[in-house]
Design a protein around this ligand. Structure first.
Ligand code: BEZ
Length: 212
């Protein structure tokens, strides 16, 4: 059975560029991003890992630990990491999992046999502090992911985990959010002192509650 939203992110032990880890222990109380790439020493993957390293502070600010994974061995990861640092002007210091046995790839359904029998596709999972899967995306090998979109989703997930709101299409942190249908307009007015704009009875906006 493939992994679905709300499922517990499967735990595993793995060899990584930052040493051996137990995934759940490594995450601790943090949020996590676990993302696979097809192979080391490939161009799109090089830019993806570089971009992730360059966004280190953005992930840290949000309390997120990132981990990359592919089925390549550790020595290959270590050599490629030097190339990423050199060409992308960054320092990759998050773990790159050497999943030679494909244990992680199989646990997370990262191998899509009709795309490739052997390599992982570009899967990405956001995992909450409760270890539940909050988001899953899958991109083909030929398309690099947008890591600003990953940060945007994390902002939305962290907001909606704490307030009775949802975020509209293309929302960015700082913009108005949507009052969830489960909250009546009467209750929303009490709950959101910054105000509630009623466009339709089912479409109500309020300023982002956790921003000044
Ligand atoms: C890449 O990372 O550039 C790549 C990897 C596998 C297939 C196509 C592109």
């Amino acid at each position: 059975m493939s992994l679905r939203l709300g499922d517990t992110a499967p735990n595993f032990k793995a060899v990584t560029t930052e040493g051996e880890i137990d995934f759940h222990e490594y995450l601790g109380n943090s949020w996590g991003v676990l993302f696979s790439h097809p192979a080391d020493y490939t161009p799109v993957c090089t830019t993806e890992l570089g971009k992730t390293a360059l966004l280190k502070q953005e992930f840290e600010k949000r309390g997120v630990k990132v981990l990359a994974v592919s089925v390549d061995p550790l020595d290959k990861h270590l050599g490629w990491r030097n190339d990423i640092n050199e060409t992308q002007h960054c320092t990759v210091d998050f773990p790159i999992i050497a999943d030679e046995s494909k244990e992680v790839a199989n646990l997370y359904g990262m191998i899509h046999p009709n795309a490739s029998e052997t390599f992982t596709v570009r899967s990405l999972f956001i995992i909450g502090p409760d270890k539940k899967v909050k988001l899953m995306i899958t991109y083909p090998a030929s398309t690099g992911r947008n890591f600003y979109e990953v940060l945007r989703v994390i902002d939305s997930l962290q907001l909606t985990a704490n307030y009775s709101v949802a975020t509209p299409a293309d929302w960015k942190s700082g913009e108005d959010v949507i009052v969830v249908p489960a909250v009546s307009t009467e209750d929303a007015i009490k709950k959101f002192p910054k105000g509630v704009k009623v466009v339709k009875p089912y479409l109500r906006y309020t300023p982002q509650p956790n921003k000044d």
